[in-house]
Design a protein around this ligand. Structure first.
Ligand code: FAD
Length: 218
């Protein structure tokens, strides 16, 4: 993707963390070490880390876990191998892979001291396995082949944040949260590309960074 963009004229600055900004009327000067990158517009697409860039976090971050089992020989009691996603909170979701493994995830919990606890995924993978065994008793000998822990972010209304911010002139923010974040990312990319090329996108207001997501008073 990056090579293709470069072939179309995009200039890539790898290993160049931006340490500060200087907003100008016609663009942004981005500081990286001793160098400055001049941009007409900046799009912040830095995932959950964007929470640390502007002063309103807007989303809540939790720890979430996932496990992949060894291949199972007996999934006959799993109706059509349908994907399962609970509406419960914390939720559990499961699906199978083409080589007969089970992927299960969930068991979200608060981050401890704001960070993901190293090694916690081993404990939680045991709990996820117990849930798999309870739902499908014939898998009770099945063990975990892989286990992960990750930070997961969500907004109160479930919508992404897409758009401008009054303190960051000539910039756009692209913040995707929730379980459909990759879909929102594509939507946001199209909206911002349109806005930058002069095609009005009034629908971007629905995802405004300054929208109120507090529950309405009773
Ligand atoms: C366990 C888990 C399961 C998920 N499941 C689903 C799912 O099934 N379906 C779905 O649609 N979504 C899912 N999501 C959500 C989805 O992954 C995110 O919403 C999506 O990846 C957000 O895309 P993004 O491009 O905004 O950010 P990211 O994909 O997080 O990309 C941001 C990038 O910016 C980089 N970065 C951060 N700071 C800087 C910096 N200062 N300088 C340079 N680079 C920086 C990061 O390293 C990262 O590569 C899941 C998330 C998790 C954690």
């Amino acid at each position: 993707m990056v090579s293709r963009a470069e072939a179309n004229g995009v200039r890539i600055f790898e290993e160049s963390p931006i340490t500060g900004w200087n907003f100008k009327e016609d663009g942004v000067l981005c500081r990286t070490g001793q160098m400055t990158i001049r941009a007409r517009h900046v799009i912040f697409a830095t995932g959950y880390e964007t929470q640390m860039i502007h002063k309103e976090p807007g989303a809540s971050l939790v720890a979430t876990y996932a496990v992949v089992t060894e291949p199972a020989n007996h999934l006959g009691d799993w109706y059509e191998r349908a994907m399962i996603w609970e509406t419960a909170r914390p939720y559990l979701y499961l699906r199978t892979t083409s080589d007969g493994r089970i992927i299960a995830g969930g068991l979200d919990e608060p981050l401890k001291d704001g960070t993901l606890q190293e090694g916690r995924e081993f404990h939680q993978s045991g709990k996820l396995l117990e849930r798999i065994h309870a739902l499908f008793p014939r898998t009770k000998r099945l063990k975990a082949a892989y286990a992960w822990g990750a930070v997961f972010g969500d907004t109160r209304d479930g919508f992404p944040y897409i758009g401008t911010h009054p303190d960051y002139p000539n910039c756009y923010f692209l913040e995707n949260y929730g379980g459909n974040g990759t879909v929102c990312a594509m939507m946001a990319a199209r909206m911002i590309a349109d806005a930058l090329t002069g095609k009005p996108r009034p629908d971007m207001a629905w995802f405004s960074l300054s929208r109120s997501t507090k529950p309405s008073p009773p």
